[in-house]
Each structure stands twice: as C-alpha cells, then as structure tokens.
Design a protein around this ligand. Structure first.
Ligand SMILES: Cc1cc2nc3c(=O)[nH]c(=O)nc-3n(C[C@H](O)[C@H](O)[C@H](O)COP(=O)(O)OP(=O)(O)OC[C@H]3O[C@@H](n4cnc5c(N)ncnc54)[C@H](O)[C@@H]3O)c2cc1C
Length: 391
C-alpha cells in the first residue's frame, strides 16, 4: 500500500493550493493530489468571476493566459429592469477556469506534489496505526493508498467529509441550483458584470452576465428550488435570455449547485480537514467561492505540514485550521448569511424603489458603501438588515 504524508482529494482551486502549500511548507513530505476528472479544470461549472485583491494573493492576472477579461464596473438591474451603475472599488476578473485550475495544479506539481488525474476517491477507513486508508478508482482498477492527513477539497458533493464523520448536510433553503450558457454574439458593456434580482427572474438567487470577451459571456442564474414556481433553473434562464439576449448563440451549457450557507460547524477531525465548497466556505451573499477555496486550501495545507512535523495530527491539533479560517473569513460569512436572510424578506417592489432612489446619487459617487448608506436613510425597512449585520 503506497504511503503518503498528505493526500488531497480534488484538484479544484482549494485542492491545488492546499497540496502546493503543504509541500512548500514542508518539502520533505510526500504529497499526493488526486482528481476524478481526466482533465483538471474541465468541465467548468462556474461563472468565473473573482475580485482582484484576493486573486493576486495567489497568481498575477496581468497578461496571464487564464485571465479572460478585466472588469471595472458593475451594473445592477432591479426586477423591473431599472439599471443602476455602481463604481466598483476594485477591479475584478473573469477567469478561464479550464486554464486557471490547470495552472494551479501545474504549480503544485512544480513544488513537487504528485498529481494523478482520472483518479477517484471512493471510500476511506481509519487504520490501526492512526492513518487513513483511501480506496481509489483509476482506469487500471482499484488501489488503496495510506495517508497521515487527508484534505477533502472535493467540492459541493463532498464525500470525504461524510466518510470522516463530519456533518456536511446543506439546508434546502441554502442550496442554489444554477444553470448557465456561454452566449456568443450578444451586446453588452464588456467592461461590466450585470446582476439582476427578482422573484420572477431568479427566486432566492440572481441572474448574471459575466463577459468573456467583447461579445461573448457567461450568462446564467441560480435559484432556490423551494422558492421557485415549479420551474427549474434552466427554464428560468431560457426565459431571461429570451427577454434580454435573444439571438445569441449558445455555445456552452453547464449546471451546478452553490451552497449559500455559512461554514460548517466542524471542518476537521483526526487526520482530516475539509476546505473550499466541501466545507461550505462560499460567500453566502454573492455565491463566490473561488478565492475562498484558495484561502482555505492555503490554511489547510500549512496546518497539515505543521501537524505532521509535530507528530500530532489529532482533531485537537487540527482545530487550529478551523479557528484560523473562522478568524479569516468564517465569522464574516456568518454575518453575510444573516444579511441574506434579512434581504429574503424584502419583495421586488422594494428593490424597484431602491434602484430608483439610488439612481439619484451622482454616478461618480455611487459606490456600494454610499448606496447602502443612502438606502438606509430612504428606506427604513433596511435598518433591521443593517442591525442584523452589526450584531
Ligand atoms: C454555476 C456556478 C457559477 C459560479 N460562479 C462563480 C463565480 O463567478 N465566482 C466564484 O468565485 N465562484 C463561483 N462559483 C463557485 C465556485 O465554482 C466554487 O466555489 C469553487 O470552484 C470551489 O472550489 P473548490 O476547489 O472548493 O471545489 P471545486 O472547484 O468544485 O473542485 C472540486 C474538485 O474535486 C473533484 N472531486 C470531487 N470528488 C472527487 C473524488 N471523490 N475523487 C477525486 N476528485 C474528486 C472534482 O472533480 C473537482 O475537480 C460558481 C459555481 C457555480 C455552480
């Protein structure tokens, strides 16, 4: 049975960063990164948008082949189509995740991590000497490897967490079902992302357009099935596209789930940590999880290296990983989750009114902070939202 110090399951952003960080922190360790799919980064189940500062902690997007588009504006559409252009405090990027995820995995390999694609984890058991034995399915059949620490970076459908006895269940109200097309030959502002809210458009979520080039974009939406009128995400999306982007060529289609919850109560146990989507580390307001996945992967990789060096991979030792994540972003996500719940009580008419009053702010002063402050004054209904955020 081959032995590894660290086994990372899933070569998404969380897993590749975790593996690279573990090896960088302790080069003497044997680190294995496995990916179920035959190609890292494919299929893409993502709108591919990231903020500039978070991205730059891990990679330089200027001129990178995996950066599709630089974004400098956000256009929010109220349910009645009133447009609000908001000055974005930072630049954002639309990635090419096929290339981006592959570049992260290549970076891990360059650090000395063994990367095995078309290799699926199918189950794991605790061994008598306190390691984990992981059963893998490959094109050559089944094999088992042993590891001191397993990092589960296996995304929304995580099994590693469950196998390790962690509670990874998602409340139905916090699971968004998404559908997205790549649309070619449509007109939009190529420097802006578009977001539209509305119960008839995307109940419980929102619709988006994220430009990939001048006339091509990821166009999708997420809904909470419990709030829908019986239609699925694709049916809502087809209606939105027919109204706004009819005539575009559909050159790609994807579906996927986004967990808009807060971080799991426990993301670790003896010899196991889970990170990224697997641990519900998505921003519950925006649904963005790429940078969070990388940040949590970095913490998990470092924690694994330090624990192995100290000869202690117990749950108590790995609790420092969970705490570090909660300090970094987990506590903030709890607050965002409360805002999400408060916003869910407001109806389309409220957002239509808000859009009109916000448009009264001169456009160069229309930052998100000012929009919020203005909204509080004009719309006292929002005060409980703010109150819930600050308590
Ligand atoms: C439609 C849609 C749009 C989105 N848009 C955005 C966006 O614009 N911006 C943003 O920041 N986030 C977005 N997200 C969320 C974002 O995609 C995720 O948060 C991010 O990919 C999480 O990274 P991860 O590494 O945790 O998981 P993933 O990227 O899901 O990677 C997990 C990997 O594990 C592999 N795997 C799973 N099980 C096994 C197994 N048993 N054995 C081996 N390998 C396994 C999978 O094949 C996969 O490659 C979107 C999500 C969806 C569905």
């Amino acid at each position: 049975m081959p032995d590894y110090d660290v086994l990372v399951v899933g070569a998404g952003p969380a897993g590749s960063v975790a593996a690279a960080e573990a090896k960088r922190a302790a080069p003497e360790l044997d680190v294995l990164l496995i990916e179920r799919d035959p190609f890292v980064g494919t299929p893409v189940r993502c709108a591919e948008g990231v903020g500039d500062p978070g991205l730059r902690e891990f990679a330089d997007p200027d001129g990178a082949p995996w950066a599709s588009r630089k974004i400098t504006r956000v256009i929010i559409l109220a349910p009645d189509d009133t447009e609000v252009k908001v000055a974005w405090p930072d630049v954002a990027w639309i990635l090419d995740r096929t290339r981006f995820d592959a570049a992260l995995a290549a970076q891990a390999a360059a650090e000395g991590v063994a990367v095995h694609v078309a290799t699926e984890a199918v189950g794991m058991d605790r061994t008598a000497d306190g390691r984990w034995a992981m059963r893998l399915r490959t094109s050559g059949g089944e094999e088992t490897v042993r590891a001191r620490v397993v990092i589960g970076a296996d995304g929304v459908e995580t099994m590693v967490g469950r196998w390790a006895g962690l509670d990874t269940r998602v409340p139905a109200r916090d699971m968004e079902s998404c559908a997205q097309y790549v649309l070619d030959g449509i007109d939009f502002d190529p420097d802006a992302i578009y977001l539209q809210f509305g119960d008839h458009i995307a109940p419980g979520g929102y619709a988006w357009l994220f430009p990939k080039s001048e006339r091509s974009a990821n166009v999708g939406l997420g809904i909470v099935a419990l709030k829908s009128d019986g239609r699925n995400a694709r049916e809502y999306l087809d209606e939105w596209i027919a109204r706004r982007y009819a005539g575009g060529a559909r050159t790609g289609y994807t579906v996927g789930g986004v967990i808009v919850h807060h971080t799991l109560k426990r993301t670790h146990t003896d010899g196991v940590m889970i990170c990224g989507d697997a641990a519900h580390m998505v921003n519950p307001l925006s649904g963005g999880g790429i940078v969070n996945a990388m940040k949590s992967g970095r913490l998990a990789g470092r924690a694994a290296a330090a624990a192995i060096r100290a000869g202690d991979t117990s749950e108590a030792r790995l609790a420092s990983y969970h705490q570090a994540w909660m300090d970094l972003l987990g506590e903030a996500h709890v607050k965002y989750y409360r805002i999400k719940q408060a916003l869910a009580d407001l109806d389309d008419a409220f957002f239509n009114r808000l859009a009109r009053t916000v448009n009264g702010i001169p456009s160069h002063k229309r930052t998100l902070g000012r929009v919020f402050a203005h909204a509080l004054v004009r719309h006292p209904q929002l005060i409980p939202v703010a109150a819930r955020f600050f308590v």
